[in-house]
Write a protein that binds this ligand. Sequence first.
Ligand code: NI
Length: 692
Amino acid sequence: MPMPESHPTSTGSQLSRRHFLSSSAVIAGALGAQILDTDCQAAPPAAATSAPAKESQPPVAAPPSHPLEPLNQTEISQAVDIVRKAKSVDEKWRFVTVTLSEPAKDVLLTFVPHTPFPRRAFVIVINRTTGQSFEAVVDLKTNKLDRFDALPAGLQPSITIDEFVECEAAVKRDPLFLAALKKRGNLDVNLIMVEPWSAGNYGTELPEDKGRRLSRALCFVRSEATDNGYARPLDGVVVVIDLNAMSVLRVEDYGVIPLPPESGNWTRQYLKDVRKDIRPLEISQNQGPSFTVDGYEVSWQKWKFRIGFSAREGLVLHNISYRDGDRERPIVGRASVCEMVVPYGDPQEKYFRKNAFDIGEYGIGMMANSLELGCDCLGHIRYFDAWMCDSRGQPVSIKNAICLHEEDVGLLWKHTDWRNNQTETRRSRRLAVSFISTVGNYEYGFFWYLYQDGTIQCEIKLTGIMNTTVLAPGEKAEFGTVVAPQLNAPFHQHLFAARLDMSVDGPENSLYEVNMVSLPRGPGNPHGNGFQAVSTLLETESQAKRSVNSGTARFWRVVNSNRKNRLGQAVGYRLLPGENSPTFVQPDAAVLRRAGFTAHNLWATPYTPAERFPAGNYPNQHPTGDGLPYWTTANRNLVNTDLVLWYVFGQNHVPRPEDWPVMPVATIGFSLKPDGFFERNPALDVPPSVTV
Ligand code: NI
């Protein structure tokens, strides 16, 4: 759910609000401006890096040097100006997003460094007066609008940070809401936290809701400015807001329930007994890191890739390749976690609409933390800032939004020949590129790792504070876990989708599914021990709608049939699922009509530039859904095509008391592992560690 406000003091909150609303501001990280000591050692600018100085942003950005570089602040302002002038867009409109319109693949393939390249911005605006939204594409080279199209009626772009902030203020000054506080024992409005949840589309809207841009806000009560409000949900009060008029439509009152008795604080001033038996663990890289950075291009040992970032997806990895001898071998053209939905399992009238699309309805990049205030990384760190715009069209940056560093991860490989007493051991190292978003109560860390053995891993770290509801004294938790007296943490799920534009040794790839088959006893298997890995070519989009199956140890393999290794095998990469869970929401429930992509764990499509988001471009308040289930009805050919894989992975969260008041990290993800891509273990040439 949405909300930038999890700052530990009201001062911090107001400070960051001013930042959100200020044109030159840096969006303050959700850890709060007070927390300045961190475990990070921010690296001085390395001589090897020729990036624009990220540590202190110049007033005017250096021109981009590659077609995939995210828009800089100058380009964002330029795009806003062009739209404003061409379409008389005044201050009453909102800019939802101004982001790079990624160039066509042929532009990328033919791009020659230090030569001109096209540069376009994709812009979404809302006319707040009419409620009409528009998409625009702006040519930054010619200063012209390429297109300016009205969205079909009823489609709502994602909710902006300015709307979160303004919405909280609108709720707090509304007489109906103040009356609801009075009814509940004169609660102090200054201690209320308002969380503007997306309204979804459940077919239950009232006539007054029709055509409006809505939020259904949930509220929480702090006992003092630094208190954890999630310990005391203001259950029974749902505020419905028109985000264009920025006014309260109504306050739905489901009855007064007493607040839970206990606080649930986690910040340091409340922690009295900290353990005292921890000595420093220091990572020293006194010769500097093993990576180099050139603009947004990162090289690390044999790996190379480009960093991208958008308000919607956050971190994007482009052009991931591996140098094999004298060949630069492409593997993935573009990788991102591009959608997620969090259904909650409580069917009560006041709760059943709690289902957030944290990427499509809010923008996970927009809520990225500024890691200068706190980061979990050790060693030599290189940060990248992210630039986006606020809803007034002013460029804003999240300083140090992306973190790049190396990690030691234990054993890479080892063998002891006990007969001749030879032992070889190698330590494994990985390159981690990550960002962390605070989505109201919850934190999501998105980590991509590259390993020395050719593995690419995506790992999502889930932490933060669980969303909560109140139990009446003596009431049992039917749809959740009691985590503190009279406090319920509902059962819920985090269903993620990653989009992987594969390019295994080139764009023409095919997809196989591999299942283990236990052979029946018979003449070919007289002892019953026979089992085989059986590969099946998935030729069309319908055939490629698949689910994980631990019973057959299922995985998928993307191959380039036109390129063979020395053993005559088509070179390939394996998509290896990790933890996964199906959704337990009924298939015809409204949330799944908008999140149809959750019906399968694997989808594959031929590359089509417009197909970027598996729940469609505008899941917010969308009536029937869009995206993968609709595109794939074309049942297109997948053999020897420019293949895009969509991997859907669900974390099923049955809360534990140990997840309260702040949750230890849970992880979920998947790996891409070389499978016949190399001739042998590609990490054989990693030298032994130097022992001191
Ligand atoms: Ni959870």
